[in-house]
Design a protein around this ligand. Sequence first.
Ligand code: BG6
Length: 452
Amino acid sequence: MENKMPKDFFWGNSTSSMQTEGGWNEGGKGPSVYDVNTAGRSAKDWQVTNDNYHHYSQDLDLMKEMNMNMYRFQISWSRIVPDGDGEFNEEGIAFYNRLIDDLLARGIEPMICLYHFDMPLNLAEKYNGFLSRKVKEAFVRFGQEMMKRFADKVKYWIVFNEHNLYFADGFEHYSGVLKKELTLSDMYTVFHHTMLAHCELTQFLHENFEAKIGGMLATTEIYPATFSPKDNLYLRKFDEFYNRNLCDVYAFGHYSHEVMTYVKNQNIQMDFQKGDEEILKNGISDFISFSYYRSILLDASQLTENDAPNSYLTKGMKLNPLLEHNQWDWSIDPEGFRRILSRLYNEFGLPVFPIENGIGQSEIWDGKTKIADDLRIFYHQKHLEAMKKAIFTDGVEVMGYLGWGLIDIPASSGAIDKRYGAVYVDPKSHKRIPKKSFHWFKNVFASNGDHL
Ligand code: BG6
């Protein structure tokens, strides 16, 4: 019998506000760390984006034409609460209300993400972002308000994009922390505050609405660089700290025992207060979502027992010579995708949802010829084949598949030369031009994944 994908499977697109919206100083929006130079990138790049704030109807039409039935977007905190903890900006709320209604009118299910690295500038400057419990509280207030306004129509939510990066070395700005040289106590405090916010919002949604909410991880499949036991030992540790520690909260309501033992042994002060344990217990997720782009090797010869697991990502990573890479050295590894899907599902038992996947390519439109992005088609085709094996051979419950930035947006560096889209966006005119992959996706989505 031919294997058929579930009828209610989601196919769609995924974005963040700072990479997509533009209109950074319009509609009453306050500045975020990405609108000025504090996030370490060029502010002017972020202010351009693909200008979806002014083109969203056209983008929704393109998504519909591609036969998508889900769009995951972010509500920008500083568009809703310009200074992060003061008045709500009704004009910003009206913008997202229109977006949601227009999606639903096109038969596209919205999924809302509440935070994707763009801390309101005021909270970063005043309190160092999520290092402060006050900011956690301001964020929960914002999140609850968004649920009160939208959860009657929006049935899928996530709180933090790539939540496991918030405690990793080199990613401090993701949580709005401007302080330099963070201690381990700082890093774990930031992480704990965000996890509390995640669980409080999860509980709030469950108690008040019929909607689902998930955790969200950045996954990179990691292989040991050699057969050495040391590589394998550190690889397991990496998985425990970067993935399992979060999934333990999403699925079971507590942090990993190994991570907590480390916290105790290192005398890390993570602002764990009375009542926090209960909050974690009451915030069990409905699904685990994740981004997946590539795999990498872990070379533990460069690590010692004194290295904090927070630094493994920056210190021990190596390219895999057996795989093909794009021009940014991101490997193409669909089997890694299948391993992540199966592992997460087998170990935590919650439905899994890949909500970011794709390949960055440098493309320039010559004004007339269709962009032939064959490598992108190949990439998605192989990842979808791998996903189907995870579903039909490994028995994984997968809720859907969302590509990243399928209408071109700038990369996380702010540069527009690394594109993920099936639709080319001209950076100056903002004209949208479908690429070859647009037609391929259209067919895949229309056939519910039968025609890859
Ligand atoms: C994810 C982020 O890490 O990867 C996105 O959620 C980002 O914001 C995407 O754009 C792809 O990474 P990059 O650096 O190629 O844009």
